[in-house]
Design a protein. Sequence first.
Length: 454
Amino acid sequence: ALMLIAAFYLSIRIFRSPFGMMLRAIKSNQTRMNYTGLNTKPYMLWAFIISGMYAGLAGGLLAAMDPLTGAERMYWTASGEIVVMAILGGVGTLIGPIVGSGVIKYLENIVSKINENVLHQWFGALPDPIENGLIWLVHPFVGEGWHLTLGLLFMVVVIFLPGGLVQGGQRLAALFNRKSGTVTAADRDAARQKSAEYGNDLMGILEVKGVNKRFGGLQALGDVNLSIAENTVHAIIGPNGAGKSTLLNVLVGKLIPDSGSVMFDGQSVLGRKPFEIAQMGISRVFQTPEIFSDLTVMENVLIPCFAKRDGAFRMHAIEPVRHERAITAQAEAMLEEVNMLSKAHEIASSLSRGDKRRLEMAMCLVQEPRLMLLDEPTAGMARADTENTIALLKDIRTKRGITMAIIEHDMQVVFSLADRITVLAQGTPLVEGSPDQIKTDPKVREAYLGETQI
């Protein structure tokens, strides 16, 4: 019992620490973790080590209590039962597997003992036709049929509560928990002022020279040259298949070009991993919002805050997150800036498309990037959400002076935001200029915009 209490207490400390939050974020969205500037490999390695420690402890205690190991413990049903316990209670939660095991053991030891005589005692006060009908209905699910009850319960949880019984309870509790946090308004103001001061001292230019990329016989990028000046919004447009997404993937380290160079602030980004490029000061906004859906809105913003302060990895596994007042103040100030502080304790998966985009913007901005790469930031949005996103990006540009590169099909968005526009066609830059020049350029009309006046 003492070993159980000690092990559970250690689990609680790890779960509530920044390290535990990082593990839950990796489970939710490993891609977002990499582009947040965090190296997921050491986190997963330490998770494996800690899991092995608990497994070894459990095996040692079992051997001390029962030195005989029967063949039945090697059946697939033994390991399968553990998986069912975790899924039923809630994978990624601390108390979930305990709840799941309690439900299964209750069904196994209590419901399995219910027979027809017990059912007659339960329904004996009812008229005979109703009594017999209820017994006929219930009898297949009790006694030897308790596995059927477990299967139905498992299906209900997987379909309607994919986070398990515990996460279902957490969502209900979140409806009654609208507290904004424990930090003061002065803390948030100080964090906001520090962030604004950083944004006013930006330096650096992105230079792309002679970049080529082929996929077999397809020339995706051909001799691409691009210069993005500081404190500007540079749009990259072109028809489908023009190479816009390929170019973006080269800039963030997802693809390595066959030739050419990509320099950011005098440093090459080629050969670097996405988390290393993010640590350099380049943030990416995806076409479909990439957030940590299983975490709260506040936790989504806390993670990039830790990445900014601690670097790509830090084994911070004992102190709880709530003791990090400066980090919490920074996250709350950012959520207030994007008008989402009131939703800080909501699960991110429950947000609307527009709010998910705002949350992703907050996750990028809180790291104080020097360059933001936005891949169709208004894709799939209603017009009202599009207008709100345009207003948010303009506000970011005004207050922080962050350099932005935007890939976008919506010409209203492009002409509302861009200082310079580069048009790609068949993987090659066709023309570059101001919005007014692009509107009237005959090559652009022919290759992309058509003959319709815009």
